[in-house]
Design a protein around this ligand. Structure first.
Ligand code: G6P
Ligand code: MN
Length: 444
């Protein structure tokens, strides 16, 4: 593997998360010496907005000579000679996210981008898009590392596991570090001292301990105690974001009623669908908030740069998201064996769960990829039961994708933990088939 002059490709380059990743890449050049950055997207105009912003960032850092920046919609141009590919697709964009969120709500069910039936709708679109990217990587850059953040993570990583079992790929989600960072900044800890033990499916898991090296003990019990008494406020990177404030409040409710573990906030959609439905406006969902907020702001930055306006133009704070991706890439490159939460085939990591489930657990990351850490204890029946049902539903959905099976899709929709009856499951499935059109595989 090359150690310098790296070529990095961002697949889904037009995403509003791209500047955060590039910011982290720039500040990590010492341990991750890249000289070429390619933005690849099928949406030429969004990709070009991002190209303007990144070019501007490189210029401010006096890096335009050292880093060659490319934008392209051509897979061959993008992936040939690539060393690292960061994949963050959103197939169908925010418009389809809005559809995913709104259709289930019409039938009184949870409407969310990655959880519940919205997540399943997104999943069938995303699998198609990500398998395409993996096939390009196999064709044009078979030795490259693919670091994937494309949602819904368990579904897409399960599909890739089946179709391309040998691809050099890591699947990661930033939710656990966002949870850790939010707790650490609220309660005055430094999460860099933490060795957390966490298990689950993606957006569906629990912390069972958090060992803090600065005091040499498990501090999860005291964190849970503080959660009981003190509200958790949004961290800087989500400042002013009411959706996230609601999420942290729901997390406190979960720890109150199910003590002993710290749940991933996304479990609210499975444990308290009634409440999340109550506090969501069915005509103005998260997709609308993001389109009217982050998306508009980014477009405006690109406009100002094109118009050569003076003054402070860049305005974004993505917290640890970009740094997390960067640290993972550096850990591979330099064989650092740093520890990250990754989505991997279980293979005994959670001893009493089926081996072929895609689970999210801690893993060491080095030159040969991920080395997942076994929990070395059996998980309890409550968590196990929830995970097994969700995992079976997800497996059925991936079966539906590969087998073009309407029946398997209906089973998946019915088994989804946010669904109380096969009636809405079928109605929503039929609505989604129509709304997704060619984004979805044909189901017969
Ligand atoms: C977290 C999750 C991601 C998800 C994102 C949504 O970072 O880990 O999987 O996509 O939140 O954020 P947004 O601001 O787009 O609602
Ligand atoms: Mn995530």
């Amino acid at each position: 593997m090359k150690k310098d002059n790296l070529k990095v490709v961002i697949a889904g380059g037009g995403s509003t998360y791209t500047p955060g990743i590039v910011q982290a890449m720039i500040s990590s050049r010492g341990k991750f010496p890249f000289t070429s950055l390619t933005l690849y997207d099928i949406d030429e105009s969004r990709n070009d907005d991002m190209y303007q912003i990144i070019d501007y960032m490189l210029e401010k850092e006096s890096l335009t000579k050292e880093v060659s920046l490319t934008e392209t919609t051509q897979p061959e141009v993008a992936f040939s000679e690539a060393d690292f590919i960061f994949s963050q697709l959103r197939v169908g964009g925010m418009k389809m996210r809005e559809v995913d969120e709104k259709i289930p709500m019409k039938y009184g069910l949870v409407g969310q981008e990655t959880c519940g039936l919205g997540g399943f709708s997104y999943g069938l679109r995303s699998i198609k898009g990500l398998l395409e990217i993996v096939s390009y990587v196999e064709q044009y850059a078979p030795n490259a590392w693919l670091l994937n953040y494309t949602n819904p993570e368990t579904l897409v990583s399960e599909a890739v596991r089946r179709a391309f079992p040998n691809v050099k790929m890591l699947n990661a989600c930033d939710m656990t570090i966002s949870i850790e960072e939010t707790i650490a900044t609220n309660y005055g800890y430094n999460r860099k001292n933490w060795i957390p033990v966490y298990y689950g499916l993606n957006h569906f898991g629990w912390y069972s301990s958090i060992y803090d090296k600065s005091v040499d003990r498990d501090i999860l019990p005291e964190i849970l105690e503080r959660l009981e008494k003190e509200r958790l406020h949004v961290a800087d990177f989500n400042a002013g974001d009411d959706t996230w404030q609601e999420a942290w409040d729901m997390m406190r409710l979960m720890t109150k009623n199910f003590p002993g573990y710290l749940p991933n906030n996304y479990l609210e959609y499975y444990l308290y669908p009634n409440r999340t439905i109550e506090h969501t406006d069915p005509s103005y969902t998260r997709a609308n908030i993001v389109m009217d907020g982050r998306e508009k702001k980014t477009k405006e930055m690109a406009r100002k740069i094109r118009a050569k306006e003076k003054g402070e133009i860049l305005d974004f704070n993505f917290g640890e998201h970009g740094q997390y991706i960067m640290d993972m890439a550096a850990s591979i490159l330099n064989d650092q064996h740093d520890r990250f939460m990754l989505i991997v085939p279980n293979q005994g990591a959670i001893p009493n769960l089926r081996d072929d489930a895609m689970v999210e657990v801690p893993a060491y990351v080095g030159r040969s990829g991920a080395e997942p850490i076994s929990l070395r204890f059996a998980i309890n029946d409550f968590h196990k039961g929830l995970m097994e049902a969700q995992n079976a539903a997800e497996k059925l959905l991936v079966d539906a994708y590969f087998e073009h099976s309407y029946q398997k899709a209906l089973q998946a929709f019915t088994l989804n933990q946010t669904v109380y009856s096969a009636d809405p499951a079928k109605q929503i499935l039929d609505d989604f088939i129509e709304a997704n059109g060619n984004y979805w595989p044909e189901l017969n």
